[in-house]
Design a binder for this molecule. Structure first.
Ligand code: IPE
Ligand code: IPE
Ligand code: MG
Length: 241
C-alpha cells in the first residue's frame, strides 16, 4: 500500500480558492498588548504581508488582495496617518524587490487622491517593475473604499455617456478598480471583528467569509491553512439549490 503523502492530507488536497482577500486588522491591539506605540504594530503588520504572500504562493493560490488602508482611515489622528504613510513608503521599495524575485505581480486597488506624491511614485514603481510576473498577483488595497469605488465608477459611466439600458452588472464591474480581477472566493478578517468595513462590498457579494481572533501581525501560515480548510468545507450555493 502506498503511504499517503503529507500533501494529500494538508490544505493542498482540498479545493484551493483562486482569490483570497484579507482585512488585515489588529495592528493597534498587537502593539497595545506589548506596551508599544501603535506604529510598531503597523510596522509588524506590513512585515507580515510577505510571510502570507509566500504561504499563498506555496499553496498555489494565484491571487491575494490585502486591505492596507481604507478611505475611512484618513479619519485617524494625523500622527498615525503620517506614520502609516512613512511605513508604507519605507517598506515599498525594499519589499518590491523581494516580491519581484518571488515572481509576484503587484497591483494597486484604490485611489491615489490625497496620497503623498513620493508614496504614489513608490507604488507606481512596484506596479511597473512587477508587471510581467505571473506566479501570484498581490492586489494592494490602499486608500480603498467600496462605496467611493462605486461612486467613482458611476461618475465615469455618466461621463462616458453610456445609455441607461446598457448599464448592467458586467458593465458596472468593468468600471470598478478591480475590473480585470476575479471576485474574491474567500475573505479573511483578522482580530475578531465581524464586518467588511467598506472592503470589496460589490465584489464580495458571494464570497465565503472567515473571521479569526488572531491579530494580523501574528497571523501566520498555520492560520492561513485553517482558513483554507474552512473554505474547503463550505458549500457555495450562489442562491441556487
Ligand atoms: C489595521 O490595524 C491596520 C489599519 C487599519 C491601517 P488597526 O490599526 O485597525 O488595529 P486595531 O483595530 O486598532 O487593533
Ligand atoms: C479595516 O480596519 C481597514 C483595514 C484593515 C485597512 P479598521 O480597523 O479601519 O476597521 P473598523 O474601524 O474596525 O471597522
Ligand atoms: Mg482596526
Amino acid at each position: 500500500m502506498v503511504a499517503e503523502s503529507p500533501a494529500a492530507t494538508g490544505p493542498r488536497a482540498q479545493i484551493v480558492p483562486a482569490h483570497v482577500a484579507i482585512i488585515m486588522d489588529g495592528n493597534g491591539r498587537w502593539a497595545q498588548r506589548r506596551h508599544l506605540p501603535r506604529l510598531a504594530g503597523h510596522r509588524a503588520g506590513v512585515r507580515n504581508i510577505h510571510r502570507i504572500v509566500r504561504a499563498c504562493r506555496d499553496l498555489d493560490i494565484p491571487m491575494l488582495t490585502v486591505y492596507a488602508f481604507s478611505t475611512e482611515n484618513w479619519g485617524r489622528p494625523a500622527g498615525e496617518v503620517n506614520g502609516l504613510m512613512a511605513i508604507f513608503a519605507d517598506a515599498s521599495d525594499r519589499e518590491t524587490r523581494n516580491l519581484h524575485e518571488a515572481g509576484v505581480r503587484v497591483r494597486h486597488v484604490g485611489s491615489m487622491e490625497g496620497v503623498p506624491v513620493h508614496l504614489q511614485d513608490a507604488i507606481q514603481r512596484a506596479v511597473d517593475l512587477t508587471r510581467h510576473n505571473t506566479r501570484l498577483t498581490l492586489n494592494f488595497a490602499f486608500n480603498y473604499g467600496g462605496r467611493a469605488e462605486i461612486v467613482h465608477a458611476v461618475r465615469r459611466i455618466v461621463a462616458d455617456g453610456i445609455p441607461p439600458e446598457q448599464v448592467d452588472e458586467d458593465l458596472l464591474s468593468h468600471y470598478l478598480y478591480t475590473s480585470e480581477l476575479p471576485d474574491p472566493d474567500l475573505v479573511i478578517r483578522t482580530a475578531g471583528e465581524m464586518r467588511l468595513s467598506n472592503f470589496l462590498i460589490w465584489q464580495a457579494a458571494y464570497s465565503e467569509y472567515y473571521s479569526t481572533p488572531t491579530l494580523w501581525p501574528d497571523f501566520g501560515e498555520e492560520d492561513l491553512h485553517a482558513a483554507i480548510q474552512s473554505y474547503a468545507s463550505r458549500h457555495r450555493k450562489f442562491g441556487k439549490l
